[in-house]
Ligand binder design. Structure first.
Ligand SMILES: Cc1cc2nc3c(=O)[nH]c(=O)nc-3n(C[C@H](O)[C@H](O)[C@H](O)COP(=O)(O)OP(=O)(O)OC[C@H]3O[C@@H](n4cnc5c(N)ncnc54)[C@H](O)[C@@H]3O)c2cc1C
Length: 385
């Protein structure tokens, strides 16, 4: 089946579409269309939930790269079933409940979204801005292409361009004063005895370590066949982040990749790890350092004052950026997607999509603010400013 996606040029002076398409053919009400900017976890979950309630969704994603080495996400029971409305064993197997590797969750969501005839994922498309008028909303790609819909959903992460339209008075997430070193290694490569529980949260010197077991290939959780993930919170790297361009002013630009991490930093981390962290986490960390399979993600935070403006809304990290220490960013993104779809599903005849987006904001704003606040209390104690 050909997936419909409406793309047409703008009037350069106003950045508005030249004309609006009439999909209804004049007989039936046109199917509502959503443009989702960002095809990562929040974007894919929103696309699935919106498709379930009958919208035709175009997802615009700037990159094909997957990473977040080591980050673990807690998948709640029946999540994919609630997003898609399909309650089959096959669906449950795609996204098993419990702690999962970021890349596995992304791959599962993406495979389901790609198979959905109501969802068109376009990549690479980098969106430059979003806008709206009384008839619709649109995203403008950097190449000038315009993609229109009844609503635009900003799912474009902590450095969201859609947020610039929704909250122009406070568009940027701010650096929280620390980064997380992240690594992932197959458990069979580690000789030390396993840790007695699945998760360890350890504090030493000025550091915090979150280390955990993740399912191995095929979803196995048998000891020896799992993967070990770790996230090492470190508030001493601000100079390196600035020198590498990952941090400009107090705005996070990007993750520090292994080729940009100086040898001396790797050596310092290895020396610290040998001194302070217990096995098997120490061995796992040293393994990743030796192979230069470590990234450093500067932590950003964003406290939202609003989630919507007219026909444009925000979900996931575009909407709210809590410290990863909360361990709740993914769950919050899932709740955003479900609440957004529910608000649109319940739209009464004669009420515009803007009313539905107001209901979405009412449902999610306070909870999102509470989540960011809880992360800030960790950040303030971990990296006092
Ligand atoms: C280091 C780290 C560890 C974490 N650990 C946890 C954890 O343990 N538990 C938990 O629940 N949460 C955790 N989180 C948070 C969680 O990963 C996110 O909250 C969740 O994945 C939602 O992310 P997102 O999809 O909103 O944003 P992102 O994952 O940032 O995705 C945004 C997407 O938008 C795309 N994009 C950006 N700009 C544009 C543009 N202009 N045009 C087109 N596409 C664009 C990007 O390429 C990307 O694919 C962690 C986050 C980080 C950074």
């Amino acid at each position: 089946m050909t997936k419909p996606a409406i793309h047409f040029a703008t009037n350069e002076a106003t950045n508005r579409p030249h004309s609006w398409p009439n999909l209804s053919g004049g007989h039936e009400p046109a199917r509502r269309r959503a443009v989702v900017v960002g095809g990562s976890l929040a974007g894919l979950m929103s696309a699935l939930a919106l498709s379930r309630v009958g919208l035709q969704v175009t997802v615009l994603e700037r990159s094909d790269r997957k990473s977040r080495t080591g980050a673990a996400l807690e998948v709640s029971e029946g999540l994919l079933e609630r997003l898609t409305g399909r309650h089959t064993k096959a669906v449950a197997n795609i996204l098993p409940t419990g702690a999962q590797a970021w890349a596995d969750v992304h791959a599962g969501l993406r495979s389901v979204a790609q198979a959905d005839p109501n969802i068109c994922i376009r990549s690479p498309v980098r969106v430059a801005c979003a806008d709206q008028d009384e008839r619709g909303a649109w995203a403008v790609a950097e190449n000038g292409e315009v993609v229109t819909g009844d609503i635009v959903v900003g799912a474009d992460g902590h450095a969201s361009v859609v947020r610039q339209h929704v909250a122009p008075e406070s568009p940027d997430a701010k650096f929280a004063g620390y980064l997380i070193w992240l690594g992932l290694v197959d458990e069979h490569l580690i000789r030390s005895r396993p840790w007695p529980s699945n998760l360890a949260i350890l504090y030493e010197r000025d550091y915090c370590l979150n280390a955990y077991y993740l399912p191995g290939p095929g979803g196995t959780v048998a000891a020896g066949k799992r993967r070990i993930g770790w996230g090492w919170y470190d508030a001493r790297q601000t100079d390196l982040l600035r020198a590498s361009g990952c941090l400009v002013g107090n705005v996070v630009q990007r993750t520090l990749r292994p080729d940009k991490i100086p040898r001396s930093t790797f050596e310092d981390l290895a020396a610290e790890a040998r001194d302070i962290w217990p096995d098997p986490w120490r061995e796992a960390i040293l393994h990743c350092i030796e192979r230069r399979e470590v990234i450093g993600t500067p932590v950003a935070e964003y406290m939202p004052k609003r989630l919507i403006r007219g026909r444009v809304c925000l979900v996931g990290d575009a909407a709210h950026v809590p410290s990863p220490m909360t361990g709740r960013g993914f769950a919050a993104s899932a709740l955003d997607a479900l609440a957004l779809a529910e608000a649109l599903e319940r739209n009464l005849p004669g009420h515009g999509v803007a009313d539905a987006l107001c209901r979405y904001e009412t449902k999610r704003l306070e909870a999102a603010r509470d989540l960011v606040l809880s992360g800030q209390s960790f950040s303030r104690s971990f990296a006092p400013r």
